[in-house]
Ligand binder design. Structure first.
Ligand code: PEP
Length: 250
């Protein structure tokens, strides 16, 4: 039985005051969420505040939105996995489509980030997903398989025991266009079957989240699918009530 996980990706949003209010709201409501594991991924600079607020007895974990491939040294502007662990992060997002498309991260870089995250005791949330033109050209499975293979070749199937996968069709991120539950389930099943070819036990245990315009109104139907184990939530994670209602749908 896979425990559902709902993780909020705040992206580059929020002042310290906004984050404080949001965290207080999530902290207060999270007690009433039974089954679903909850996590928030704020911008780096808000992680210390998040750690302060959530470490005091909440059942909400936190994580980074990215990390560097290096451990320490002359990498101006970067943040390492060790630094994230030092601030109590459990998770780190790797390979978000915005990192891939805006910052040019290729599959090899994403795989290195996944590896270094695990070396620092973080659970990577590995994002995969196709562009609209790739879906229209019937390339969804090819793209997702290529993105997964980069990680599997570098880290092996065993690495998936301490990882989360997020299927995020790029055309659904921040657009208000959600994949239908059937479209999402088909790709989730493809991912799980691909892992099953390598190790059926690990494939059966890995959590595969859906991300792309999830809201409280559509979460339950998506999360009810056999291979959807929760969500990676962008915009809707900036509103505590909406986010908690998504968590309740898990
Ligand atoms: C995301 O940022 O990973 C995401 C899924 O965003 P949104 O929920 O806003 O589409």
């Amino acid at each position: 039985m896979r425990r559902p996980l709902v993780a909020g990706n705040w992206k580059m949003n929020g002042s310290r005051a906004d984050a404080g209010k949001l965290l207080d709201g999530i902290f207060q409501g999270a007690d009433s969420v039974d089954e679903t594991e909850i996590a928030v991924c704020p911008p780096f600079i808000l992680i210390p505040l998040t750690a302060d607020k959530l470490a005091r007895g909440s059942n909400v974990a936190w994580g980074g939105q990215d990390l560097d491939t290096h451990t320490s040294g002359a990498y101006t502007g970067e943040v390492s996995g060790g630094m994230l662990r030092d601030y109590g992060c459990t998770f780190v997002i790797v390979g978000h489509s915005e990192r891939r498309s805006i910052y040019g991260e290729d599959d090899a870089t994403v795989a290195s980030k996944f590896k270094v995250a695990q070396e620092h005791g973080l659970i990577p949330i590995l994002c995969v997903g196709e562009l609209l033109e790739e879906r229209e050209a019937d390339q969804t499975e090819t793209v997702v398989a290529r993105q997964l293979d980069a990680v599997l070749e570098l880290c092996g199937i065993e690495s998936m025991e301490q990882a989360v996968i997020a299927y995020e069709p790029v055309w659904a991120i921040g657009t208000g266009k959600t994949a239908t539950p059937e479209q999402a389930q088909a790709v989730h099943a493809f991912i799980r079957n691909k892992l099953r070819e390598l190790n059926s036990t690990i494939a059966g245990g890995v959590r595969i989240l859906y991300g792309g315009s999830v809201k409280a109104a559509n979460a339950a139907e998506l999360f009810a699918q056999d291979d959807i184990d929760g969500g990676l939530i962008g915009g809707a994670s900036l509103d505590a009530d909406e986010f908690l209602n998504i968590c309740r749908a898990g």
